[in-house]
Design a binder for this molecule. Structure first.
Ligand code: FE
Ligand code: FE
Ligand code: ZN
Length: 279
């Protein structure tokens, strides 16, 4: 079973989002845990969540991806930005326990000049204050393209964070095809090699989700501009090899391409037809 979906809004609730996903042939989706640019969080509606979970079950959904807001920078040089981020992290991870099967993912952050070592240390400290025992919700670090002072541009950096965390059983990574390609990992010509390198450096079974995006820029450019599937430097064939790869079986694959709902529907149909993974 291929769990394929896209980023959707939960502004009208989880049930509405599941219905929307079903309407476009998706069987997973991603949502922002709160306004991507702000900090406010909506109270959880237990009834809405129960209805959403029932529909997900009925339609055979895979896990969802819950994306942290972009303002959550755990490794900022500013103390107030870090403590705000830690508050968001703790609150969102706690909320995961009340949502239908969702994996929380976040951008490791930007160190803005203090250096990667210091940045990584801040992220490790925040995670150690949040994950106090094994067995909580799955938390994923997103691998980044490496623009500016972004942490998480290499498997080494992601591994360093995970290895610094005391209870790391449910701590893993989310790979983003555009980011991998921009960071200089050749998923077009050597997907096996890239996935093997992840296993060697980060460990087996550590990938918990995949973002499916084409790349508007060239390989290894360290820029982060997502293109529609088939309209970038990765291409539809390479994208289809990712979503059907043996090592990535059962993971939630979500599109974050520049699209409205109809555009997402068309991409989901295109990938399903090309791979034969029809619902
Ligand atoms: Fe992201
Ligand atoms: Fe992404
Ligand atoms: Zn991106």
């Amino acid at each position: 079973m291929l769990y394929l979906g896209c980023h959707l809004s939960i502004a009208k609730g989880y049930y509405k989002a599941v219905q929307e996903a079903v309407s476009i042939g998706a069987n997973t989706f991603q949502f922002f845990t709160r306004n991507p640019r702000g900090g406010n969080v909506r109270a959880l509606d237990e009834k809405d969540i129960a209805k959403a979970a029932a529909l997900m079950e009925e339609k055979g959904f895979g896990p969802l991806l819950a994306h942290a807001p972009y303002t959550m920078n755990l490794c900022s040089s500013k103390e107030d930005v870090r403590s705000f981020a830690l508050g968001v992290l703790k609150e969102d991870v706690e909320r995961m326990k009340h949502l239908p099967d969702a994996r929380f993912l976040f951008h490791p952050g930007s160190h803005v000049g203090q250096g990667a070592e210091q940045g990584i240390q801040y992220i490790v400290d925040a995670l150690n204050q949040t994950i106090t025992e094994d067995g909580g919700p799955m938390i994923l670090l997103e691998g980044m393209s490496g623009k500016g002072s972004e942490i998480g541009r290499s498997f080494e950096e992601l591994a360093q964070i995970i290895q610094g965390v005391n209870h790391s059983r449910n701590l893993g990574i989310c790979i983003d095809t555009c980011h991998l390609h921009s960071a200089g990992y050749d998923i077009v010509n050597d997907l096996d090699g890239v996935l093997n390198e992840i296993e060697e450096k980060i460990g087996k079974g550590k990938i918990g989700g995949v973002h499916v995006n084409d790349n508007m820029n060239e390989f290894a450019c360290h820029k982060d501009r997502h293109a529609k599937i088939g309209e970038g430097t990765i291409g539809l064939d390479a994208i289809c090899r990712v979503v059907t790869h043996e090592k990535l079986k059962g993971l939630p694959f979500n599109l974050e391409t520049p699209n409205e709902l109809q555009g997402y529907a068309a991409e989901i149909t295109m990938i399903r037809e090309k791979t034969g993974e029809i619902l």
